[in-house]
Ligand binder design. Structure first.
Ligand code: C5P
Length: 222
């Protein structure tokens, strides 16, 4: 690893969506490019951390110096996270699917000759909340993300407490005045919500958001 303010620290990052299978060829998923999480993993490695990146299905190259574990579903992601712990810092950026299909068909569902299938869903584990509620797993600094469309800070502060996170990085994912969404875009506007208050960062490219966040994390650890 590089020499820097996070030298000797293990940083765990989750990124991307999860895919929850319906049958061997179909799935349900959240919308997530994985860009922000990958940028955070890259920034932590640049500051000297040993980084484990648990990634859902995305089309992104592994950042230099990062150990990557690829997973598909939320339950696989949770298992990979537990295996990767302990860590000094965990940053949960993944857009984990809240539900999975209750019964996964072992052969492809047929379209012809039958009514459309009805999907029965069941709740996925909340990985962030599980780590936040388990002292044996909880890193020194636990950071969650929250994509919100309204009352962004209020909801983030509530989420921070409910999930046992130290910080929540909130971003407003409602469409901007020009009708653009941060989803899949190159830049992001985030607010870092902690027990002490809120820091509002200006709109920046996702790699600059990543470095700003990771610098604050390095500072908080000393
Ligand atoms: O509740 P919500 O999905 O908005 O919370 C977002 C935060 O919780 C993110 O940090 C996300 O990675 C994490 N999360 C998780 N497991 C879930 C759902 C969300 O780790 N099943």
């Amino acid at each position: 690893p590089e020499d820097g303010p996070l030298s000797g620290r293990h940083v765990l990052v989750t990124a991307g969506p999860t895919h929850e299978p319906i049958d061997p060829v179909r799935y349900i998923a959240n919308r997530s490019s994985g860009q922000q999480g990958f940028a955070i993993a890259a920034a932590a490695a640049q500051l000297g951390a040993q980084v484990t990146l648990v990634a859902g299905p995305v089309n992104l190259p592994t950042p230099p110096g990062v150990d990557r574990v690829d997973v598909e579903s939320a339950r696989e992601m949770q298992e990979a996270v537990k295996r990767a712990l302990p860590a000094d810092v965990a940053i949960m950026v993944a857009a984990v699917a809240d539900w999975r299909t209750k019964d996964v068909a072992t052969s492809k569902l047929k379209k012809r000759g039958s009514a459309p299938p009805v999907l029965m869903l069941t709740e996925n584990p909340d990985i962030l909340a599980t780590v936040g509620a388990t002292p044996a797993l909880k890193p020194k600094l636990l950071v969650g993300f929250a994509a919100e469309t309204d009352k962004v800070i209020e909801h983030a502060q509530e989420k921070r407490k409910r999930k046992g996170a130290d910080w929540i990085v909130a971003n407003d994912v409602s469409f901007d005045a020009r009708g653009r969404s941060v989803m899949g875009g190159k830049s992001n506007t985030v607010h870092i919500v902690t027990a002490q208050g809120v820091e509002h960062l200006p709109e920046m490219p996702k790699d600059m958001v990543a470095m700003a966040l990771v610098e604050r994390i390095a500072h908080a650890l000393v």
